[in-house]
Design a binder for this molecule. Structure first.
Ligand SMILES: Nc1ncnc2[nH]cnc12
Ligand SMILES: [Zn+2]
Length: 322
């Protein structure tokens, strides 16, 4: 049982948190056929590429700032109900551009959802703007420029998600330079679909304080030592990794081995309904599949706050809530 524990989530894609019932309601609202991607109350995909395709297509039924406020508030309230004090949501302003809403209205809707959830439950949230590799380096640079210029106190980080097998990290270095110069926290998806080289590339090129997933670093003992020495925090999403077959089962998942090697780790849900998971389940897995004690789970949560992309006053306030 982990219901009594406070929780933190650093790695969740906003559209990836959309409950199928909400997406179905949105599809009805816009009279859109999404049956290729959502059937019998579940998202339809069979591998990483088709997951990304499904994700991009169901996102298209979230079209207005009100839609985004509703999606954001709904997810944050779900988190608050299980004792979550802090959430970082990964968001794609260029998606706002692609659907004709515009990046500003997209972000404004999300910020309204954050305000409403905070007013109701006290949950604190920040936004990580992400570029998507499969839309190419130019779109990732545009996302970084947007984040850098947004001057929005809720946008505190920059990420690179999408098809990890597309290009090398160096192709996206300029985008990270823009985000770093703007003072944004840096994280990058690496070592999820690709192997240890992808994590090494990320450390060499981006020098991020956190890595999304990073779990395939386990394939290289020297790299594991490097992560431990640098204090790089891994945003580990075990349910996602098993659903995407990164590892065959929880017994072979390296979360505990990484922690015992001194790597700083946290747990998150990534795209919860796509992977038949939730932050609640990830915490339960930490206890039941990985055998972590309450105090070990609290360490994961504390690491999440220590690595959060927030100002120091907010960090202290969050630590006091544990
Ligand atoms: N798990 C994941 N990996 C890469 N890109 C993503 N976008 C949404 N979820 C993702
Ligand atoms: Zn992710």
């Amino acid at each position: 049982m982990t219901s009594h524990l406070k929780k933190v989530e650093l790695h969740c894609h906003l559209e990836g948190a959309a409950h199928p019932a909400l997406t179905e309601a949105q599809a009805r609202k816009y009279n859109t056929d999404i049956s290729a991607y959502l059937r019998d109350g579940a998202y339809v995909w069979h591998d990483f590429a088709s997951f990304l395709e499904c994700y991009d297509n169901i996102s298209k039924v979230y079209r207005t700032d009100e839609d985004y406020a509703l999606l954001t508030e709904t997810y944050l309230q779900e988190l608050a109900e299980i004792g979550t004090v802090y959430s970082e949501l990964t968001v794609s302003p260029d998606h706002g551009g692609r659907i004709g809403l515009g990046a500003d209205a997209y972000i404004a809707g999300i910020c309204e959802g954050i305000r409403q959830a905070k007013a109701k439950s006290g949950i604190e949230a920040r936004l990580i703007v992400t570029g998507e590799r499969h839309f190419g380096p130019e779109s990732v640079i545009a996302a970084a420029e947007y984040a850098a210029k947004a001057n929005n106190p809720l946008i505190t980080g920059f990420n690179l998600a999408g098809e990890e097998r597309m290009g090398r990290v160096a192709d996206y270095a300029h985008a990270f330079d823009i985000a770093r110069d703007a003072g944004l926290g840096l994280t990058i998806h690496a070592g999820e679909v690709c192997g240890a080289f992808s994590v090494s590339d990320a450390l060499d090129v981006v020098r991020p304080s956190r890595i999304g997933h990073g779990v395939r670093a386990i394939e290289d003992a020297e790299l594991v030592r490097r992560l431990a020495d640098l204090g790089t925090v891994l945003e580990v999403c075990p349910g996602s990794n098993i659903a995407l077959n990164v590892f065959p089962d929880f017994a072979s998942h390296p979360l505990r081995t990484l922690k015992e090697a001194g790597v700083r780790v946290t747990i998150s849900s990534d795209d919860p309904p796509f992977f038949h998971t939730s932050l609640k389940r990830e915490y339960e897995l930490a206890a039941n599949a990985f055998g972590f004690s309450d105090s070990e789970i609290n360490e994961l949560t504390r690491t999440g706050i220590e690595a959060a992309f927030v100002d120091e006053a907010s960090r202290l306030a969050l630590l006091a809530r544990l």
